[in-house]
Design a protein around this ligand. Structure first.
Ligand SMILES: [Zn+2]
Length: 387
């Protein structure tokens, strides 16, 4: 824990799974936790009090996008990110390493930083590790992410080694920046080779960050490859620091990664699925536009306490989607976020009671039952890019 009472408090364990509290300048976050994504300083279609009511304590915003539009200076002038978007709780900002990785071909990298054309105005922009940390601090972020360089799944060992070398170089330079009240997280890279991952985790774990993230995963790799990478990192990361797996948001994967020792997650999946008419249920996904729900009087998930399930039938939601009513997006977003929030509440309770293994088995059994063929592809698992 840092001097100002910020940092991570470990409250209990169940195997490798941990129950903890992330203490930020804008309040505590119970972990394991899932963060809704508000890339452009807004969780799509929802007001801040609605997001909070789903049970979310911390949200993710993206420094890269906000720096390009509307600009850090404007947000700062208007009182900082919390005031600007009227979210009073903790905010984690991603640096943009992943977004720059997604612009491959339009980016020139060197050891000092990255030069690229803004996808918004076309102007040439220069980003350095120091500027990424300074900019996130100026936004007023509670958790600042270091600038990193991910490497795609399937890249050769030389490309992975080079990206990892640069990530480490940049991590040291980010670490040298003053971050005030904010926590600073390093990002472990290393591609998909467990030994390179372990080396990256070991090195970053020794640099004095307030937390460590696992970046460059959930890029289309098979689950066992990801699991091996996670295990290799976790074995090397300091026990006292929070661990954040970036971009993961499917239910079984979340529980699996908690059981492997991860504390924090984010993903655009719940809100992105909602906009395609897909609700996340305990027995699988419901593609609400399907004809089978035409006269279905049940809520999305019987027993769910979200505003959509308390008041509305599947038939009504299907009707709203077919009629193109934006209320449908809002209601299913509320449900999907509440569903994942409830899952994480169950996970935290299970870790406290030493029965995470049983919860995982129950979830797997429930999800292996019938589901109606809603999109489950990994497309939705990718961190938000240009949404
Ligand atoms: Zn619901």
């Amino acid at each position: 824990m840092s001097a100002g009472g910020r940092g991570f408090r470990l409250l209990g364990r169940d195997g490798r799974a941990r129950r903890g509290q992330l203490l930020t300048a804008h309040g505590p976050v119970q972990t394991p936790a899932f963060m809704p994504v508000g890339t452009h300083a807004g969780v799509k279609a929802l007001a801040p009090d609605e997001v909070r009511a789903t049970g979310a304590e911390m949200i993710l915003c993206n420094f890269y996008h906000l720096a390009l539009r509307p600009g850090v200076e404007l947000v700062s002038e208007l009182g900082g990110l919390h005031r600007f978007m009227a979210w009073p709780g903790p905010i984690l900002t991603d640096s943009g390493g992943f977004q720059l990785f997604s612009l491959e071909g339009m980016v020139q990298r060197d050891d000092q930083g990255v030069t690229f054309r803004s996808p918004y105005g076309g102007e040439t922009v220069r980003m350095t590790p120091e500027a990424a940390v300074r900019g996130q601090r100026e936004l007023g972020s509670d958790v600042i992410m270091a600038l990193d360089q991910p490497v795609g799944y399937g890249a050769g060992p030389e490309a992975a080694a080079e990206a990892t070398r640069r990530t480490h170089l940049w991590a040291r330079r980010c670490r040298g920046q003053e971050t005030g009240d904010a926590l600073l997280f390093g990002i472990v890279q290393g591609g998909f080779d467990p030994a390179t991952r372990a080396a990256s985790a070991r090195l970053l774990g020794g640099l004095g960050f307030d937390g460590l993230a696992l970046g460059g995963l959930v890029l289309g790799e098979p689950a066992p490859v990801r699991q091996a990478a996670v295990d290799a990192c976790v074995a090397e990361l300091p026990e006292a620091l929070p661990r954040y797996l970036m971009g993961l948001g499917t239910e079984l994967d979340l529980v699996d990664c908690v059981s492997r020792g991860i504390d924090l997650f984010d993903c655009v999946l719940p809100t992105r699925l909602a906009r395609t008419g897909t609700a996340i249920g305990s027995r699988g996904r419901l593609a609400l536009t399907q004809a089978r729900y035409r006269s279905d009087p049940d809520p999305i998930e019987p027993g769910c306490d979200c505003p959509a399930c308390r008041e509305f039938s599947r038939a009504y939601l299907r009707h709203l989607f077919l009629a193109g009513e934006i209320l449908a997006h809002r209601l299913v977003s509320l449900h999907n976020l509440r569903h994942l929030s409830r899952l994480m509440e169950d996970v935290r309770r299970a870790v406290e009671e030493g029965r995470l293994g049983a919860l995982r088995a129950e979830l797997a059994a429930s999800l292996s039952g019938a589901h109606d063929g809603g999109p489950r592809g990994r497309r939705g698992e990718l961190p938000s890019v240009g949404l």
